[in-house]
Design a binder for this molecule. Sequence first.
Ligand SMILES: NC(=O)c1ccc[n+]([C@@H]2O[C@H](COP(=O)([O-])OP(=O)(O)OC[C@H]3O[C@@H](n4cnc5c(N)ncnc54)[C@H](O)[C@@H]3O)[C@@H](O)[C@H]2O)c1
Ligand SMILES: [Zn+2]
Ligand SMILES: [Zn+2]
Length: 391
Amino acid sequence: MKANCWTGRNSVEVRDVPDPSLLNSRDAVVRVTSTAICGSDLHLLDGYVPTMQSGDIMGHEFMGEVVEVGPGVDTGRIRVGDRVVVPFPIACGACASCRAELYSCCENTNPNAGIAEKIFGHPTAGIYGYSHLTGGFAGGQAEYARVAFADVNLLKIESDLTDEQVLFLSDVLPTGWMGADMCDIQDGDVVAVWGAGPVGQMAMDGARVLGAEEVVAIDKEDYRLDMAAAEGYTTIDFEEVDVRSALLEMTGGRGPDKCVDAVGLEATHGAPHVRMYDRGKQAVRSGTERPHALRQAVMCCRSGGVVSVVGVYGGLMDKFPAGAWMNRSLTLRTGQCHVQRYLDRLLGLIEEGTIDPTRVITHRMPLAEAPHAFELFKNKQDDCEKVVLTP
Ligand SMILES: NC(=O)c1ccc[n+]([C@@H]2O[C@H](COP(=O)([O-])OP(=O)(O)OC[C@H]3O[C@@H](n4cnc5c(N)ncnc54)[C@H](O)[C@@H]3O)[C@@H](O)[C@H]2O)c1
Ligand SMILES: [Zn+2]
Ligand SMILES: [Zn+2]
């Protein structure tokens, strides 16, 4: 089959690779009908998330048709022929974390738990196409993919919603939603979202649905801010204005009630000397993060507010404003998305038309053009917001 493989830093290639097959009794094989490129793929592409190996198949946002199931799969839930969306974190459904709906912290699905434990203190769940740190699972930017614990994880689509309407249930929609959900939004809240990429846009929609009075989008890409403005959100271009002053002005000097970091470790900064400081540390591996958005969110958030972090971080962070966080009673909440927790509700919101995740799709391409698609998405060329690839 064809698959998009990581072949080294800043390089992916569509290659012929062996078809996947069942390894465990509760596996299934899915024929991928649609797949996407996520901001998290960029951290792998750039080599910021370690433990990628040349030839690894990328992709953790995918859906398709079940073509084979193992003998242990509960066929009351999943059968050959089902149309399914595949959540990116692999849950076993039975461990303490899964029972607490902390699916991305599943204790049973990462065969490389030892590596994860060294880096994170405790292991985290297996994730498709997301380095050997999360299990080395082959990803879904491919014609076929093996999926684990099929009867626990796969979301069956039984209505006639299109692939594009449901594909992002695999990741960016629940991730953005969780960013908003962790804010515990109250009536009248102003919610500021750093990053107007696909995750940020979904967080903005989530904040609106969950009752925010005003949603503010912060980015530097005009076309991404325009996309947010078209939904009625207020926008701030961080290269044009001082973000903190602008936010204080909007909120009577108090700051936004809730702040979402939908940027993560590859943030950039309007001021070159600040940008260079973190870049330099990353380059010599003395720091792993460029946490400009997170630092700013903490400094801007009103006292007693919530900073909700869905942007990905990988290791150790320098100059985290711990004083502001502690002295002003801020709550910091975060996590890789517990996708499975939100699926029923979000599918319902798509069905009733309250949320339309297709609004972020700007590019549709065949899987064969994945390397070009990565280039457009990474470099924000051709006003690229979100690419859907078709095998
Ligand atoms: N927690 C999870 O489960 C989960 C799931 C999916 C993605 N993510 C992460 O969410 C983040 C966003 O993903 P995406 O797909 O939207 O990526 P993206 O790269 O398309 O979007 C990031 C946006 O942040 C903007 N940005 C950069 N520096 C900024 C700053 N200082 N202030 C404000 N905006 C800034 C960029 O211009 C860009 O538009 C990534 O870190 C990704 O890895 C997390
Ligand atoms: Zn992702
Ligand atoms: Zn589990």
